[in-house]
Design a protein. Sequence first.
Length: 284
Amino acid sequence: MTIAIHLAGAFSLLTATDTQETYSSGEKVDSGKIISAGRGNPIGSISIAGAGDSEYIEALSQELSKTFQAFRGSFEELEAKVRETAKGFYSEHVLPFVGKFDDDNVPDYSLLIAASHEGKDVLWNVERTMLTDAALYDCIGSGKPAADSLLNRLYPIYPTLDSLAVLAAYVIYRVKSTVDGCGLKTEIRFIQRDKFAIGLVPPATIDRWETQFKKYDRLEREILYHAMNFIERPPAPPPAIQKTMPNYNHEQTFRAQMRPMQEIVKEIEAMRAEFANLTIAPPV
């Protein structure tokens, strides 16, 4: 079980995953799920994340990473080489099991590949022997339906490296809180056009973002109540009825279900300031 997403924009490619890996014994361990590599000649970089059987993901990811680092050729030749490598791996290591075992016992995996080569960026999805292109974003793993729904609604019209990193962290945060098998920490790496270094969003930054996401969860409910003109609390009883109720305090009896809009705006401004102080340093 996992969630892995890729985002493209602002001449950057981001890869984000949860870090929970669950063994058959039920034990949960914190494990990185992204393999990255860069090369200086020609300048390029690659990040790979997978969902499914971890041994097969690691083996194919390592093979693709080594292939990329040694590759010298055009962008079109690179795509053909990646497709050939993915197809060959499946044919050699998985296809022999197909038809001989129940589907549940046949190795299963999918990969997301972000690559920059010859000044071009691409997101690829590997599913069995198929290699397909993704446009602005893609998701794999058990959290894919939830992540797709969020990205369809929230992908920005004018993306920046910072906004995409925050969005990636937010999507993983939401999936971890709603999908069984996705959890623990969040890892985010990014590559940029014509650079071979791999960027890493510091775990401490992601932790601080998630603190703000928890605040937003409460704000989202209150904003909806205001926008939809929900009542703050039930109407107070008529004065004649209140006289028969000693020490009755309506506001204490019925707590307001949302704060005044001015307080909400003030908290949003504080959150904006916090995010402004948590910008991402691009790789060299």
